[in-house]
Unconditional design. Structure first.
Length: 256
């Protein structure tokens, strides 16, 4: 099953009265019931929420719609702070009318490493723009950058896996979780690997194209598989959604 997930850390509702709250509380089921009761009491509608458990405490980030609320903001903040399990309540105000952005949490981390959320408008400039401006040189640059990324991914994932199968399983799962694409299957025929996938982000951003466009993706696969096999691998993309194929297919083999 695949469903989209909004990770913008922002809410935009220009016709609504919205506020955000960062609540630090003791991690117990009672606190969620009490906070929800306050929302119901004042007709506050949740727009977005994240709960992070840290040891015995929780951080609860809420974006809320106050459009139908009659009580004052101060009254509601006071009620939230009066919840026994709550330790801190921080109000997040809109930076523009109807635009709420979480500027409290920084940096963003994944597995305790810094991460970056980039929207399509940024990524299109990175991948499509570089290829269009620099042609074959840009494609080569993307491939070799991808190869370096693939090598780093291998060295990161090897801390968690004990076999090549587990390595490829973890790679495919993280690729999907990160929003890059969905690997449908990885087939191995001795030294040859065939990787088929859907919704590859790089190739999607390069639509329309008259040629395969997953150069960074090819590089990532080459770097990962080179480390995994102990041999220098090269990767070609033989099918690509950028040029109208129903899926992307990559073929990896040892460099001759």
């Amino acid at each position: 099953m695949s469903k989209s997930l909004e990770l913008s850390r922002a809410a935009y509702a220009p016709s609504k009265k919205i506020f955000g709250f960062l609540i630090k509380a003791i991690g117990s089921p009672e606190v969620h019931y009490k906070l929800a009761s306050i929302l119901v009491k004042y007709s506050i509608k949740p727009l977005y929420g994240v709960i992070i458990s840290i040891n015995e405490e929780q951080e609860i980030l809420l974006y809320l719609d106050f459009s139908e609320v009659k009580a004052s903001l101060n009254e509601i903040v006071k009620n939230l702070r009066n919840v026994k399990e709550v330790r801190e309540v921080h109000l997040i105000k809109p930076i523009l009318k109807g635009l709420l952005i979480d500027t409290i949490h920084f940096p963003i981390t994944v597995f305790k490493e810094r991460a970056w959320i980039a929207r399509e408008s940024v990524l299109r400039g990175l991948f499509r723009g570089l290829r269009l401006k620099w042609g074959d040189v840009g494609k080569m640059f993307l491939y070799h950058q991808g190869a370096e990324v693939g090598k780093h991914l291998y060295n990161d994932y090897r801390k968690y896996v004990t076999s090549a199968h587990e390595m490829l399983t973890m790679f495919a799962a993280f690729l999907k979780a990160a929003g890059w694409g969905i690997i449908e299957e990885i087939k191995q025929y001795e030294d040859l690997y065939i990787i088929r996938g859907h919704n590859n982000l790089e190739c999607y951003l390069n639509k329309p194209s008259n040629e395969p466009s997953g150069h960074f993706s090819r590089g990532v696969l080459a770097g990962l598989l080179s480390e995994l096999t102990g041999r220098e691998m090269v990767v070609d993309e033989v099918k690509c959604i950028a040029k109208g194929d129903p899926y992307c297919e990559f073929v990896a083999k040892p460099k001759e």
